[in-house]
Design a protein around this ligand. Structure first.
Ligand code: SF4
Length: 184
């Protein structure tokens, strides 16, 4: 039976669900982790061999019937290995490139939301790798967002009209998950 998808307000644009509440609906809950990863781990930029490709293809079939495939794909864009949200590492790398370009050309409040999230994550986790992984962009774009946020705040301080770009609070717990596990 198909599980109902997590409640997301219609039209709501979530950058990333840091708590990954949707994991309780994951079709792979209870599935062996190895079903989603090739044996020795995939090295970025490496051409996948036939065995790796077979593992990925089988995992993608499971993802296709998953009610949270969109949420999983969104929140796992920065993962380097394994199949998540119906995408393998090669596909995610391409998607991250597109996402990074999208983020850079954004304007208005949406840009401020991304930048404030990046700045908040940087303060919490300090590593650029974590900021980029969680948002699902390249490290240069993560740095760009944090710099953009600092410049935006400086601009706000210098302007008589303020109100945008205050950093949002990010839970301190480690953001991450594993296949076959439910949300903590
Ligand atoms: S990896 Fe993501 S999309 Fe695939 S089955 Fe698990 S939760 Fe669903």
């Amino acid at each position: 039976m198909r599980t109902s998808a997590p409640a997301t307000q219609k039209g709501e644009k979530v950058i990333v669900d840091l708590e990954r509440k949707w994991v309780i609906h994951a079709k792979c809950s209870g599935a062996p982790v190895k079903a989603f990863f090739c044996g020795k781990g995939y090295k970025p930029l490496q051409t996948p061999g036939p065995e790796t490709q077979r593992t990925w293809n089988k995992a993608k079939v499971m993802c296709l019937g998953c009610p949270v495939i969109n949420e999983c794909a969104r929140d796992s864009l920065g993962e380097q290995d394994g199949v998540w949200g119906g995408m393998d590492p090669v596909q995610r790398r391409e998607a991250r490139g597109l996402h990074s370009r999208y983020v850079r050309v954004l304007s208005g409040e949406r840009k401020v939301e991304y930048a404030a999230l990046a700045a908040s994550l940087k303060r919490r986790y300090s590593s650029w790798e974590d900021v980029a992984r969680i948002i699902g962009v390249g490290i240069p774009t993560a740095r760009y967002l944090v710099d953009w946020h600092a410049a935006h705040l400086a601009e706000q301080d210098a302007s008589p009209v303020t109100g945008l770009g205050k950093p949002e609070s990010v839970p301190r717990k480690k953001v991450g998950r594993q296949h076959g596990t439910k949300a903590a």
